[in-house]
Ligand binder design. Structure first.
Ligand code: FAD
Length: 633
C-alpha cells in the first residue's frame, strides 16, 4: 500500500477561480471546514484574465432592464438549449452577487451619478456588464481572495490557526476523485507540483470548479490550466457530461504575430463602438444577420451608429450579435478572400473614438497590441479572427444544488459545469455564473457534508491505483506496439487534430477522422514517458493532463458527430440549419470501461425538460416557433 498523507476536511473545492473561491466562502460561512486546491498560485486562476465584465440586470444605465430580459437574452443566446432553471436562477441572483462583491470591497467603474457602471455586450438587450476597465476578472479574484483572508483572520482569532477552517493548497493537482465502497465521494487524490509528493484530502463533499478545456485546441484564448481536468475527473468518477459539442469560438482573437495567435481581444471593443471591416473596407456584419435576429438589429450603418446614443429608438449594430454568429461571419469573409493580410479581419476603434478615450476605456487592449504586435489601436485597426474560448458543455448538474448526476457528494460549478449557457454563452454571463452557482455549490456541499452521519472512506485499493496511475509515465517502456512517447509531441498532435477537424466549421467525414486519430493517440498515450524525477517536472504534469484532454476531446468529437444540425457553438457544414427536433435533445457522455488503452466515451440521448409556462410566456409565440419542437408549443 502506498504511503500517502491523509487530511480530513468537510468540503474540498478543486479550483481557485471565481467559482471555486465563491463556493469555498459559502461552504466556510455555513460552518464547513473547507480545503481549496489549485494547480497554480493562489490568485492566478483563469478568472483573472476576464476582461469585459459581469452581466447582471441592475438597470443602472437603462432602467428598462430586469431579470426577465436577462433570462430572455440568455435563452436566445443559447438557442433555447439552456437548462432553463439555471438561466432563471442566474438572471434573478446575479445582481445580488455583484452588490455583495461591492460590499466585500470590489471597486467597479461608476456612472456619473455614482452607481456601478454597466456596458453593452453582444446579445444583451441593455447595457448590463458591471466592469473595472477591461480588467474585471482581476478585481473579482482580488475581492474574493480578500474575503478568504478575512475569514482566515477570523478563524485565527478563534483558534490561533489561520488555516483551521479554510486552507488553500496551491500549486497542487487533483488526479482522481476517490469514493468509498458504496459509491459515495470520499475525497481527492492529489500531488504537490513542486515536490511531486502525493496526498489525499478526505471529505464527504467535493466541488469541482476547474474551468474549461481550451488547451485541447491549437488556437485558444485559454491559459495552460485549461486541460479539462474537472470534466475528466467527473467522467472517471461516474458522473456524465452534457452537450460537449458546444465549444465557443470567440470571434476576436489576435491573429498576428504567430506567437500570440489566439490571445483574446475583448468584446468590450465592439460594445464600446468598435466595428468590423473586411479588406474592401466594408462593415460586413450587416450581411450576416440571421432570420431569428432580423427584427432586433439595425439594417444600416447610420441606425447602428445612432443606437450608441439613443438605444430606445434605434436597433443595435450587428457587430453585437452573439459570438457564434460573428465568429462564423469572420470565418466566411476570410474564406471568400476578403480577409486581412494575416488571415483575420479588421477591428477598428481608431476612427470611432478619440485616442484618449480608447486608452481610458480599453487600457489592456491598448497595451496588448502595442507590446505584442507593435500596433497602436488609437491610430490603426487591429487584425482579429476566431479563437477557441469557452466550453458550454460540461458536467451535468442539478440546477438548484449543483449536484452531479449519480455520484453522491460530487458538485460542480463554473465553466466546468454544463447546462447554463445552452449552445452558446453570452459575454459577461460567465463571471455571473461563477458567483451564482459557485455560491449554490458551496452551500449544498456544506449541507451534504453536515448531513453525513458516517464519513465515507476511500479504500486503500483506490488510493494505490491512483498512485500507480500517476507514476506510470516514469516506468514507460518501448514495446512491439511502438516507442516511448513524448507528451509534448502528443499534445501538439492532439491540438492540431481538434483545431483542424473539430473546429469552428465541422463536417461528418472530418469528425470521423478526428475520432480515429484520437483513438490512435489514446493508444500511444499508454507509452507516454518522462525523464527525471517527481520534483517540479513539467513533462510529467503534461503527461498526466493528457489523459484528461484526450478523454474530453473524444467527448467533443463524438457529440459533434452525433448532432446533425447547426446550433450556437456547433456549426455543421453538412447540416447548416438549426433543427427544432434537436432542441429537445441533450447528449450525455459517459466514460466506458478501461479497455487497456484507457477509457473511451459512450453517448446517451435524453430529452430536455419542457420550459416552465410562465417563463415561456416571456417570449412572443412568433419567436418560439423558430426554436421549439411542435409538441413543445
Ligand atoms: P478558473 O478561473 O479557470 O479556475 C479554474 C481553477 O481550477 C484554477 O485555480 C486551476 O488551477 C484549477 N484546476 C484546474 N484543474 C485542476 C486540477 N486537476 N487540480 C487542482 N486544481 C485544478 N467571462 C465573462 O463573463 N466576462 C468576461 O469579461 C470574460 N473575459 C474573458 C477573457 C479571457 C481572456 C478569457 C480566456 C475568458 C474570459 N471569460 C469572461 C470567461 C471566464 O473568464 C471563465 O469562463 C471563468 O473565469 C472560469 O472560471 P472558473 O472559476 O470556472 O475557472
Amino acid at each position: 500500500m502506498a504511503q500517502v498523507d491523509r487530511q480530513q476536511w468537510d468540503v474540498v473545492v478543486v479550483g481557485a477561480g471565481g467559482a471555486g473561491l465563491r463556493a469555498a466562502i459559502e461552504a466556510r460561512e455555513r460552518g464547513a471546514r473547507t480545503a481549496v486546491i489549485c494547480k497554480s498560485l493562489f490568485g492566478k486562476a483563469h478568472t483573472v484574465m476576464a476582461e469585459g465584465g459581469i452581466a447582471a440586470s441592475m438597470a443602472n444605465v437603462n432602467a428598462h432592464d430586469n431579470w426577465q430580459v436577462h433570462f430572455r437574452d440568455t435563452m436566445r443566446g443559447g438557442k433555447f438549449l439552456n437548462q432553463w432553471r439555471m438561466a432563471e436562477l442566474h438572471a434573478k441572483e446575479a445582481p445580488e452577487r455583484v452588490w455583495e462583491l461591492e460590499t466585500w470591497g470590489a471597486l467597479f467603474d461608476r456612472t456619473p451619478d455614482g452607481r456601478i457602471s454597466q456596458r453593452n455586450f453582444g446579445g444583451h438587450e441593455y447595457p448590463r456588464l458591471a466592469h473595472v476597465g477591461d480588467r474585471t476578472g482581476l478585481e473579482l479574484i482580488r475581492t474574493l481572495q480578500q474575503k478568504i483572508v478575512a475569514l482566515q483572520q477570523k478563524d485565527f482569532a478563534e483558534t490561533g490557526d489561520h488555516e483551521s477552517g479554510l486552507k488553500i493548497f496551491q500549486e497542487c493537482t487533483v488526479t482522481r476523485i476517490l469514493k468509498d465502497s458504496s459509491g459515495q465521494v470520499a475525497g481527492t487524490f492529489c500531488y504537490d507540483r513542486e515536490t511531486g509528493r502525493f496526498f489525499v484530502l478526505e471529505a464527504p463533499a467535493v466541488v469541482l470548479a476547474t474551468g474549461g478545456i481550451g488547451k485541447s485546441f491549437k488556437v485558444t484564448s485559454n491559459s495552460w490550466e485549461y486541460t479539462g481536468d474537472g470534466h475528466a475527473l467527473a467522467l472517471l468518477a461516474g458522473a456524465p457530461l452534457l452537450n460537449m459539442e458546444f465549444v465557443q469560438f470567440h470571434p476576436t482573437g489576435m491573429v498576428w504575430p504567430p506567437s500570440v495567435k489566439g490571445i483574446l481581444v475583448t468584446e468590450s471593443v465592439r460594445g464600446d463602438g468598435g466595428v468590423l471591416r473586411n479588406s474592401d473596407g466594408k462593415r460586413f456584419m450587416f450581411d450576416y444577420i440571421p432570420d431569428v435576429f432580423k427584427e432586433k438589429y439595425a439594417e444600416t450603418e447610420e441606425e447602428g451608429d445612432r443606437w450608441y446614443e439613443d438605444p430606445d429608438n434605434n436597433r443595435r449594430p450587428p457587430e453585437l450579435l452573439p459570438r457564434d454568429e460573428v465568429a462564423r461571419a469572420i470565418n466566411a469573409e476570410v474564406k471568400e478572400g476578403r480577409g486581412s493580410p494575416h488571415g483575420g479581419v479588421f477591428l477598428d476603434v481608431s476612427t470611432r473614438m478619440p485616442a484618449e478615450v480608447v486608452r481610458r476605456r480599453l487600457p489592456s487592449m491598448y497595451h496588448q497590441f502595442k507590446e505584442l504586435a507593435d500596433v497602436d489601436i488609437t491610430a490603426e485597426p487591429m487584425e482579429v479572427g476566431p479563437t477557441c474560448h469557452y466550453v458550454m458543455g460540461g458536467i451535468a448538474v442539478d440546477s438548484d444544488t449543483a449536484a452531479t448526476v449519480g455520484v453522491p457528494g460530487l458538485f460542480a460549478a463554473g465553466e466546468v459545469a454544463g447546462g447554463m449557457h445552452g449552445s452558446n454563452r453570452l459575454g459577461g454571463n460567465s463571471l455571473s455564473d461563477l458567483l451564482v452557482f459557485g455560491r449554490r455549490a458551496g452551500l449544498h456541499a456544506a449541507e451534504h457534508a453536515a448531513d453525513c452521519e458516517v464519513r465515507p472512506e476511500a479504500t486503500a485499493a483506490e488510493v494505490d491505483a491512483a498512485a500507480a496511475e500517476a507514476l506510470a509515465p516514469f516506468g514507460a517502456e518501448a514495446s512491439e506496439e511502438g516507442p516511448v512517447e513524448n507528451p509534448y509531441a502528443l499534445h501538439q498532435e492532439l491540438q492540431q487534430t481538434m483545431n483542424d477537424l473539430v473546429g469552428i466549421i465541422r463536417r461528418a467525414g472530418e469528425m470521423a477522422e478526428a475520432l480515429s486519430r484520437l483513438a490512435a493517440l489514446r493508444e500511444r498515450a499508454r507509452r507516454l514517458g518522462v525523464e527525471g524525477h517527481r520534483q517540479f517536472n513539467p513533462g510529467w504534469h503534461l503527461a498526466l493532463d493528457l489523459r484528461n484532454m484526450l478523454l474530453v476531446s473524444e467527448c467533443v468529437a463524438r457529440a459533434a458527430l452525433e448532432r446533425t444540425e447547426s446550433r450556437g457553438g456547433h456549426t455543421r457544414e453538412d447540416h447548416p440549419a438549426m433543427d427544432r427536433e434537436w432542441r429537445a435533445v441533450n447528449l450525455l457522455c459517459h466514460a466506458t470501461e478501461n479497455d487497456g488503452a484507457g477509457h473511451g466515451v459512450r453517448l446517451e440521448r435524453i430529452r430536455t425538460e419542457p420550459v416552465r409556462p410562465d417563463l415561456l410566456a416571456l417570449f412572443e409565440k412568433d419567436e418560439l416557433v423558430k426554436y421549439l419542437a411542435e409538441e413543445e408549443l
